[in-house]
Design a protein around this ligand. Sequence first.
Ligand code: FAD
Length: 394
Amino acid sequence: MKYDVVIVGSGPAGSVTGRFAAESGAKVLIIERRQEIGVPVLCGEGISRKIDDWNIIEGKRWIAGRMDGARIYSPDKTCVTLAAEQAGNETGYVIYRDIFDQELARRAIKAGVEYMMNTQAIGLLKKEDKIVGIKAKHFDEILEIEADIVVGADGVESKIGKWAGINTTLKPYDIETCAQYTLTNVDCNNNYCDFYLGNKIAPGGYVWVFPKRKDEANVGIGILGSLSEKGMALKLLDKFIADHPELKKGEPVRLIAGAAPVAEPVQTVKDNLILVGDAARHVDPITGGGLTTSLEGGKIAGHTIGNAVKKQRFDKETLSTYETSWKKAFGKKLHRNYVVKEIMLDFDDKTLNMLADSVKDYNFQEFSTLSLVKALVFKHPTLLKKLAPLIKLV
Ligand SMILES: Cc1cc2nc3c(=O)[nH]c(=O)nc-3n(C[C@H](O)[C@H](O)[C@H](O)COP(=O)(O)OP(=O)(O)OC[C@H]3O[C@@H](n4cnc5c(N)ncnc54)[C@H](O)[C@@H]3O)c2cc1C
């Protein structure tokens, strides 16, 4: 088997990379260890509406609900409301993630991408030291798939980067441990994605309630690995639900557990190799959301691969266009949000309450990090020292 590109992983990052590479003329194979694309769903299913402008997904079957904005609750329940455009990458639509991933794959297939399900990458194929493809297991058969470029789109547990000698190890400090119920028969007759902060509610993270319909919601929790212990995420989530009568009467139709990287991106390019999506740690370090960056990064990777195939050059220098372009598109924001994550980890519940109280009446139609920082420092000059690393970046 010989392809221009073999992509490991059929999530959003893999399918979008594959589609744009194929549309630029590359012969692409995507291998996926699961038996069905997008299943099981491991996601809160929130995404920004800015994807409407990206020509990445069509139709509406993947949309469960349109959100007006986000409400962020501090530990004392002070509420800060943000319009959808200001609320970050997880607010805009609540989606059916399984259908979403399958729609992305459909577009890729239309562009000529081949998919092989039930096929797990087990190592890189190398000639001397050069990457020349992937070794994979398809049921009991071991396959050797040759390709000029290997793409690691293999998610948070990514092995591809590691096999290629890139340090992708996540420290407990850089990973969110997550649990989520989809609860039915709850009261959530509103169009807001709700986020609950607090060191007792979710240490180093938050609880989210994303309505899928008026009586169904994804209710999940993420807590920082370094502040967590076994079983703690689910225990805290159960407590949160028990404390909220509008959720307590619900019953789960789905329970998932997973992890989200909240780290800085890794090196994403080597000779004959590209990393995209969660595998590249292209995830917002404040929220753990990575859908928009997987799509945006995947599109850039696909174009870069298309050009490389046209030129028949697969060295690091040629593929570096991808790294330069994603850094330009969203690299600065990921770095800034990593700094914000570190600052926020220092805040106790009292500070979180005070901050929410300070900005609850703020006009977020004009929201920007700079104006928010200015408003906070104006009200609380003592914050200047804590926010100093952030001020340098805005
Ligand atoms: C509980 C939870 C809630 C979340 N909620 C949100 C949210 O609301 N909004 C948001 O934007 N983000 C959210 N995220 C993050 C989001 O799900 C990821 O950022 C996104 O899925 C990344 O896409 P990806 O294509 O990089 O990886 P994935 O979607 O994880 O896809 C990777 C694929 O690679 C396959 N794979 C892995 N290893 C191999 C192998 N060796 N061989 C073959 N195939 C392999 C996997 O089976 C998988 O299909 C959440 C994450 C979690 C854990």
